[in-house]
Design a protein around this ligand. Structure first.
Ligand SMILES: Nc1ncnc2c1ncn2[C@@H]1O[C@H](COP(=O)(O)OP(=O)(O)OP(=O)(O)O)[C@@H](O)[C@H]1O
Length: 226
């Protein structure tokens, strides 16, 4: 499945400060979108608003569903069914293996067949080059942990993938490998990807790049110029 995104009059306010204002934005289903901008500009705030984890005014419509019109429980259910989140603190279960980390959340959040979820989690870990290891992820390197977090986000086969700096803790070769694998996995299945990143190697592979400055979105069509 694939979902389009339509934002209108999206505003996130904290106290007297407006953190984000997006009058309108439409992205077709299956788009691969990058978001960049200076530190503190509102990039993570945008991802949180798009996932419904943060209260925003206005409309965030994924396909036919406006997150703003849903109760908190239905928002959570929508997120579990349709979104994979790769946020900066990976929040892995330290004492569990990569395989358990990749499949557990999917087992709780989807009604899919258990064997199918486990097989998909194992496949994503393999495709992302995570060692087939039963040791706990506590002893994994930063890059391996990042790939486990990506595999976990993909284990539910979500229509939407939201990623915050997915290559941040990787060296160049590992980042390039992750970019190849992530872009292939997302394009193969027609997912919509929105990735906050400063990594030009990643931005270069996406369909469109948006820039946020002081909570305002502007479009970039050319990558390689920042
Ligand atoms: N709950 C909050 N209350 C007040 N200010 C907040 C709140 N959450 C975020 N901010 C502020 O909003 C601004 C945007 O934060 P955000 O995390 O979205 O920035 P960012 O562009 O992702 O930055 P970075 O690249 O450094 O991660 C920052 O100045 C931050 O301090």
């Amino acid at each position: 499945m694939s979902l389009s995104l339509n934002l209108s009059d999206l505003t996130v306010v904290a106290g007297a400060r407006t953190l984000l204002r997006v009058p309108s934005l439409s992205l077709p289903a299956g788009s691969l979108i990058g978001v960049r901008g200076p530190s503190g500009a509102g990039k993570s705030t945008l991802l949180y608003a798009l996932s419904g984890l943060l209260a925003a005014k206005g409309s965030v419509r994924w396909g036919q569903t406006d997150l703003a019109q849903l109760s908190a429980e239905r928002r959570t259910a929508f997120r579990a069914a349709h979104m994979g989140l790769i946020f900066q603190d990976y929040l892995l279960f330290e004492e569990l293996s990569p395989r358990a980390n990749a499949s557990l959340a999917a087992l709780f959040s989807t009604s899919g067949d258990r064997a199918q979820v486990n097989a998909r989690a194992a496949d994503r870990l393999d495709r992302l080059g995570v060692p087939r290891d039963s040791r706990s992820v506590a002893s994994f390197s930063g890059g391996e942990r990042q790939r486990v977090a990506v595999a976990r986000a993909l284990a539910t086969d979500p229509a939407i993938l939201l990623a915050d700096e997915p290559t941040a803790s990787l060296d160049r070769p590992a980042a390039d490998q992750l970019i190849d694998d992530l872009v292939a996995l997302v394009r193969d299945s027609g997912k919509t990807l929105i990735a906050v990143s400063h990594d030009l190697h990643l931005l270069d592979r996406l369909d469109r790049v948006l820039t946020i400055r002081d909570g305002q979105l502007t479009d970039d069509t050319r990558v390689g110029t920042a």
